[in-house]
Write a protein that binds this ligand. Structure first.
Ligand SMILES: Cc1ncc(COP(=O)(O)O)c(C=O)c1O
Length: 397
């Protein structure tokens, strides 16, 4: 008998839904509103800073914890936008994207058999990484807006029931992918209270921190007293600067937590691309106008796609943040979200993502009535997608 090729920790994982639908999009010449990367470029000054760094020979390993210049820029950004004072030497670490930071938080703070509470639908790497460290996910579904809730919401009793003596970590993501929910201060305080009661730590994934639409406001969880000592804030420059391919991210945490996560980081990637760190420091120091224009431009794209989806017969709740819209497809008559998205990419020529894959098995059915559309695309691409949807979708039943 030969040994199995796959290790147990990867055996349950298939190819990510993004690879599958991107391949289908290519094969069928579909407009890709599936994967969440902008089809426009980042700021010229930031790209120029990277080119200069490469030309000037900043091309060898950076310190494992990140270039000091970038760590200082991250600390200044936290102070500028959130009034959060962080020590760049003991509280900030640079990683290869938020994705690496998420894995390192799990490796550094969670033991096998511990429980991790997370909301569904979730960003898919959370679930895989919980599996990698041998921990147990405790899922809490976010519920769609209804007559009494203007935005996606959670049932406080369900969250309470998910916490227990084995809870080691809560994963928060606000602004939230894929619902676009921005957690309010009050919701965060409730969640922080539960973490304090159970002595749980918090991973706060804030990669969409600058893509928020008023009146919603992004609250950095770590600035609330209940979170301050227990939270690792994770972010990156990918979404904020439309440079997702650079994979420069970071985590910010009190020194003891930072040290725990750094221990993992030093043996995961050790260091992140040096010239891109130089450029990311320049990006984080862009004037306030850059950040305002980013959310203004995304607001216009959100409105454009929402109006188009409505014309095509797809109802959608307006997201408060992030660059995703979850559209209601339950009246489309294709069974579930996976079948609908397959039909969409092959027959209508538009790629979207079926969100049921962002749920655990117990609540998967809750995602089946939705499709996720990304609006981080140029107007021409959004318009073409809408044209195809209007032409190709049957009028709702
Ligand atoms: C919620 C969330 N967290 C993390 C990431 C990954 O960020 P990065 O590209 O910096 O690794 C993404 C990317 O889509 C995301 O949506």
């Amino acid at each position: 008998m030969s040994r199995p090729v796959l290790a147990g920790r990867v055996a349950p994982l298939g190819t990510t839904v993004f690879s599958e639908f991107s391949a289908l999009a290519l094969q069928h010449g579909a407009v890709n509103l599936g994967q969440g990367f902008p089809d426009f470029d980042g700021p010229e000054a930031v790209k120029e800073a990277a080119r200069t760094a490469i030309t000037e020979g900043v091309n060898q390993y950076a310190p494992g914890i990140g270039l000091r210049a970038l760590r200082v820029a991250i600390a200044e950004h936290s102070a500028r936008f959130y009034g959060q004072q962080v020590d760049p030497d003991t509280m900030v670490t640079v990683t290869s994207g938020a994705t690496e930071a998420i894995l390192c938080v799990l490796l550094g703070l969670v033991d096998p058999g511990d429980e991790v509470v997370l909301f569904e639908p979730f960003y898919d790497s959370y679930d895989a990484n919980i599996g990698f460290v041998g921990a147990r996910p405790r899922y809490v579904p976010l519920r769609p807006p209804d007559a009494t809730h203007a935005t996606w919401w959670f049932d406080r009793d369900e969250v309470r029931a998910a916490f227990g003596p084995r809870t080691r970590l809560l994963i928060l993501n606000s602004p939230h992918n894929p619902t676009g929910k921005v957690f309010t201060r009050e919701e965060l305080e409730f969640l922080g209270g539960l973490c304090a009661e159970h002595d749980a730590r918090v991973l706060s994934d804030e990669v969409y921190e600058h893509i928020v639409f008023g009146p919603a406001r992004h609250v950095r969880a770590a600035t609330l007293p209940v979170f301050a000592d227990r939270t690792v804030t994770v972010s990156s420059g990918g979404k904020t600067f439309s440079l997702t391919g650079w994979k420069v991210g970071w985590f910010i945490a009190p020194p003891a937590l930072n040290d725990a996560v750094r221990r993992a980081h030093q043996f995961v990637t050790f260091a992140t691309a040096t010239p891109l760190q130089v450029a990311m420091a320049a990006a984080l120091r862009l004037p306030d106008a850059y950040f305002q224009e980013l959310s203004t431009a995304y607001h216009a794209r959100r409105e454009r796609l929402l109006a188009g989806l409505t014309r095509a017969g797809l109802e959608a709740h307006s997201p408060e943040g992030s660059y995703f819209i979850l559209a209601d497809i339950s009246g489309q008559g294709h069974g579930d979200d996976v079948a609908f998205c397959r039909h969409l990419v092959t027959h209508v020529g538009v790629a979207a993502i079926p969100p049921s894959v962002f749920y655990g098995p117990e609540h998967r059915h809750l995602g089946r009535g939705f499709a996720r559309f990304a609006f981080c695309k140029t107007d021409a691409v959004l318009d073409e997608a809408v044209r195809r949807l209007e032409e190709g979708l049957a009028p709702p039943r």
